[in-house]
Design a protein around this ligand. Structure first.
Ligand code: G6P
Length: 610
């Protein structure tokens, strides 16, 4: 949530900052701004709305600043406006600050400064930081930061400019992500890799409670106590082209279409398909840990939470391990029961690896003494660094706010972990494992076959343009797919969509069904197909029109029921394939409604505040 960027070097940096902000725009997009340090003082430029608006303002200013900071905002304190847009300054305009995070005690700090005569111009918590840095300025910026930062409660990734040292870029972090990038004779900061991948492959994730001073020559990093710190470098493996649209109208469609490759990469990394076995060294459990495992708690937010629900189903069904799927924002505040069970494992799932609630849930589990595992799509992200063990999904950069390919990668990785556990715990023979992997090996091709039929989905979306309410129903894993399908549809098309466990519908929600309602049945699991068909009959009898994604019944549920099936799929592969149909449905429906598909209103991709 909110993206920050910074530069110091020997060339004008307006272009770098604007491009970087465009790459970070998915983190928030209600206003944006930049500040440049020039020998004659700080210059600020801001605009409400997208980076494109900021670009028109900034291009009017000269490119003669060699250090600068930028910000794209997802509003928390104060509405989107020029006053509330970052960067924020102190009263003397010698210090400019961009911030990602929330300062929880800003009200108190603001009052204290106001009593001392400081005048504020915005409603934001961030302005308090800028004003404190101006008010308590002492000797130089690192000294001042060490004095001011301990006053702040909450989270921050900060980029700071000081007019007294115009060639230096300062930064600091606590509980919000921040990377330092090293270029040829220039240094950068950014909230994530996407903004830096075109410029460098060497990044240094900042550590908790550290401060850095960057100049074109390099960096000096220290703790809040002033102790020097040496940050560990990380190599970016993502291809720069992966962060571009590459001919697609939207990142969402591009990412949906990348899924066959993502599935293939995941399979090849975690399994040896030719030999029909799992690559042990890539798995998070040793044989001893697998056998001793008593229970698993998985936590995440949003789409990643739906992957957790799939993970629970698969770990229980295949490996027989009792598993709980938790919403991270609930888990972090839930009461702690006596004693962490021995050999229990906590697994945090996150595409970005930076979601504040997921990180907090991980820390809580760690504090209880549980073994922790992170499933992250971003190498070196906070959850990856804080968990005891990490497994990476290999989806590549996901830019569209609505998650698609990361979800499929997470679910497939859960399937592979569950198969490995089942095998190690003696529930699956070598031959059965081989057979299961062979089924999964057909996934990329099956996924490609669905993508090849996407005009069917597009035409359905066109015909159903007027529909206002959509219910997705299914049982067991199909219920989880329904939840993900409903979330995808509502987040990008703004249509009202809900998911129900098919059997629950008649306990109230069926009262809402009428001729204007579309009911989508997800039916992929052989043992409950007939039950879901029966529920579809019931809603059809009450006027709803139907779409069935999955295995078609022998006799159609209703004569005009649209059916999207997946030839050759098994219970293992069908939930993933049904999800691809649901993603396409969301995409094409949003397209029909003229929505801003990659950046839906009010959302942000990386939710780094609570
Ligand atoms: C936001 C995004 C979702 C994502 C969720 C969790 O809500 O819009 O697409 O699923 O955060 O993010 P994470 O990075 O932890 O998977």
């Amino acid at each position: 949530m909110c993206g920050i960027i910074g530069f110091t070097g020997r060339r004008g940096c307006a272009g770098f900052l604007l491009e970087g902000l465009e790459r970070l725009e998915y983190r928030g997009y209600d206003s944006a701004g930049v500040a440049f340090a020039r020998p004659q003082g700080l210059v600020l430029e801001k605009a409400v709305g997208r980076i494109a608006n900021l670009r028109t303002v900034v291009e009017k200013s000269r490119e003669d600043a060699f250090a600068g900071i930028g910000h794209t905002r997802w509003a928390t304190h104060g509405c989107p406006s020029i006053e509330n847009a970052h960067p924020h300054c102190d009263a003397a305009r010698t210090v400019a600050v961009v911030h990602n995070g929330i300062i929880e005690n800003y009200g108190l700090l603001k009052e204290q400064l106001q009593r001392q005569g400081v005048r504020f111009v915005s409603e934001t918590d961030t302005e308090v930081i800028a004003q404190l840095l101006g008010f308590y300025y002492d000797t130089d910026m690192p000294t001042t930061l060490r004095r001011v930062l301990p006053m702040l409660e909450g989270s921050y990734a900060l980029g700071v400019l000081d007019a007294r040292a115009p060639g230096t870029l300062y930064c600091a972090r606590r509980r919000s992500p921040l990377l330092i990038g090293q270029g040829e004779g220039e240094m950068y900061i950014a909230s994530d890799v996407a903004a830096l991948v075109e410029h460098t492959r060497t990044v240094y994730p900042m550590e908790e409670d550290t401060i850095a001073a960057l100049t074109p020559q390099g960096m000096q990093v220290c703790t809040l106590e002033g102790r020097a710190v040496c940050l560990a470098p990380m190599h970016i493996t993502w291809d720069a082209a992966a962060a571009r649209k590459g001919g697609y109208a939207h990142f969402m469609l591009k990412e949906i279409c990348e899924q066959p490759q993502v599935l293939q990469d995941t399979l090849e990394h975690y399994a040896d398909l030719a030999r029909g076995c799992i690559r042990r060294e890539a798995m998070p459990f040793t044989p001893e840990q697998a056998r001793a495992l008593s229970e698993v708690t998985i936590a995440a937010c949003g789409t990643a939470y739906h992957a957790c629900m799939m993970g629970k189903a698969l770990l229980e069904k295949l490996a027989g391990v009792r598993t709980t799927a938790e919403i991270a924002s609930e888990y972090r505040y839930a009461p702690v029961c006596d004693g962490a069970p021995e050999n229990a494992v906590f697994l945090a799932v996150s595409q970005s690896g930076e979601t504040a609630d997921t990180l907090a849930a991980l820390r809580k589990a760690k504090a209880q003494g549980m073994r922790t595992i992170a499933m992250s799509n971003v190498i070196g992200a906070s959850i990856a660094r804080e968990a005891g063990t990490v497994v990476y999904t290999l989806a590549g950069p996901e830019i569209a706010v609505a998650s698609t390919k990361a979800y499929l990668a997470q679910v497939l990785l859960f399937e592979l972990i569950a198969l490995d556990l089942a095998h190690l715990r003696g529930r699956l023979t070598d031959a059965q494992l081989k057979e299961a992997l062979a089924e999964l090996g057909r996934l990329p091709e099956q996924a490609a076959a669905i993508l090849a039929r996407r005009e069917v989905v597009e035409s359905f979306a066109r015909r159903n343009r007027a529909c206002h309410d959509v219910f997705f129903i299914g049982r067991l894993m199909d219920y989880t797919t329904s939840l993900e399908a409903a979330l995808k549809l509502k987040e990008v098309s703004y249509l009202h969509s809900e998911a129900y466990a098919a059997g629950e519908l008649k306990h109230g929600t069926i009262a809402l069904i009428d001729e204007e309602t579309l009911v989508v049945g997800i039916a992929t699991q052989p043992e409950i197909l007939e039950k879901t068909y029966a529920n579809l009959q019931e809603v059809h009898a009450r006027g709803a029109y139907l779409l069935l994604i999955g295995t078609p019944p022998r006799t159609l549920v209703a004569p005009d029921c649209e059916v999207w099936s997946m030839e050759g799929a098994s219970w293992r592969t069908a939930p993933l394939l049904a999800t691809i149909y649901a993603q396409l449905l969301a995409y094409y429906t949003a397209l029909q409604h003229g929505c801003d598909i990659d950046k839906p209103r009010n959302l942000a991709k990386s939710v780094t505040v609570e």
